[in-house]
Ligand binder design. Structure first.
Ligand SMILES: *Cc1c(COP(=O)(O)O)cnc(C)c1O
Length: 371
């Protein structure tokens, strides 16, 4: 089966995990610190805070910025549901924003502007598929409207500029992302005070860590806020250190494969629409295509499956899920809904070859009857 995503786990990862097991220091130790430093360095930010998921990072990120009940946060609906769930965790209200268009499935600035109210406190942008949003334009939008700019960077670790100009950015290392620690995440923030709050919120609101106390830097601790246990363990951090070193090369490989897809799809499946353009900056997290309206997507997915090719849909709109649709019954996001109804994600991961891409495109062309 040609999988949609496939983590690369080599000898270095295995050694790194075994070393941690042998050391018996299993959580919040030197590996977490090194992982945070390496991650911050790659993204050219002063510091990074490791957490056990991107969802946890978004949650404490919103909390650290002081967002809570009565506040509104602009969010995409075309995203993984964790983006808007995190807003609900802090008691704030997600306000769903439609995308720019079928070929640019990022939330539209003009729509975001229309939905700003005196209650709006922040906007969360999500770099769909690894395609980097226009960060300077969103920074300007946030500044003009007095909002925090938050990035959901689950699809785009290592992409140029991510995390550098936002107030807060949350990354994911879930097993199908561009790099993985099985489960895990990272948060960056540009304000030192926010970083301090994030560190406290990650670990029960405590003022010192086990490692500080072990090293004799502290003997006790205070609890300064209602925190959580969102810590990353040493095993995962050790995995992360090794994966991070390979991330730039993997991202490069993903871009090359995505470009190859673009070329072959244009030749062999001319009726398909491919979102974004060949020169949109991307780290190739997803390979999304839009099927023509008359093509039955489930039939295509079945056909691909029969050809041993996995495919998926990114995403069902968040505002239409059962848990959301009662509260959001009145809203309509026509472009998001249209995109979501036509979208299909093809396999894309750095372990693939150009021949694999050709296999997928040929199967697709056959199923849609182009050949
Ligand atoms: C995967 C993903 C998340 C959640 O990441 P976790 O680390 O699994 O919590 C959030 N947002 C987007 C867009 C994602 O793709």
């Amino acid at each position: 089966m040609l999988a949609l995503a496939d983590p690369i786990i080599g000898e270095l990862e295995k050694q790194a995990v075994l070393e941690v097991l042998d050391s018996k220091w299993l959580t919040m130790g030197e590996k977490v610190k090194i992982f945070e430093q390496d991650f911050a360095q790659l993204h050219q930010v002063p510091q990074a805070i490791a957490v056990n998921s991107c969802t946890a990072g978004l949650h404490i990120g919103l909390a650290a910025l002081g967002i809570g009940p009565g506040d509104e946060v602009l969010v995409p609906s075309l995203t993984f549901v964790a983006t808007s769930n995190a807003v609900l965790y802090v008691g704030a209200t997600p306000v769903f924003i439609d995308i720019e268009g079928l070929t640019t499935p990022h939330i539209a600035l003009s729509e975001a502007q229309k939905h700003c109210t005196p209650k709006t406190k922040a906007v969360i942008i999500m770099h769909y598929g690894g395609y980097v949003m226009d960060i300077p334009a969103w920074r300007q939008f946030a500044d003009i409207n007095g909002l925090y700019l938050i990035e959901d960077v689950a699809h785009a670790p290592g992409a140029p500029g991510v995390g550098r100009w936002s107030d807060l950015a949350a990354f994911s290392f879930f097993s199908n992302k561009n790099m993985t620690t099985a489960e895990g995440g990272m948060v960056t923030a540009r304000d030192e005070a926010v970083c301090q709050r994030l560190r406290a919120l990650r670990t029960h609101g405590m003022t010192t860590t086990t490692l500080d106390r072990h090293k004799g830097h502290a003997y006790s601790y205070d609890v300064t806020c209602l925190g959580f246990n969102y810590r990353l363990d040493e095993l995962r951090a050790a995995l992360g250190i090794v994966q991070l070193r390979q991330l730039p090369a993997w991202n490069q490989r993903r871009q090359e494969l995505a470009l190859h897809y673009r070329t072959l799809l244009a030749q062999q499946c001319p009726a398909l629409t491919i979102p974004f353009t060949a020169d949109t900056p991307t780290v190739g997290h997803l390979m999304p295509i839009l099927l023509p309206k008359e093509v039955d997507r489930l039939r295509v997915m079945d056909g691909l499956r029969a050809a041993q090719i996995q495919s998926s849909i990114h995403y069902p709109p968040a505002h239409q899920f059962s848990a959301y649709k009662t509260q959001y019954a009145a809203i309509s996001l026509p472009l998001t809904e249209q995109f979501s109804a036509m979208e299909l994600s093809l396999p894309l991961h750095p372990g693939m070859t150009q021949a694999d891409v050709q296999t997928v495109v040929e199967a697709l062309a056959r199923i849609i009857n182009y050949v």
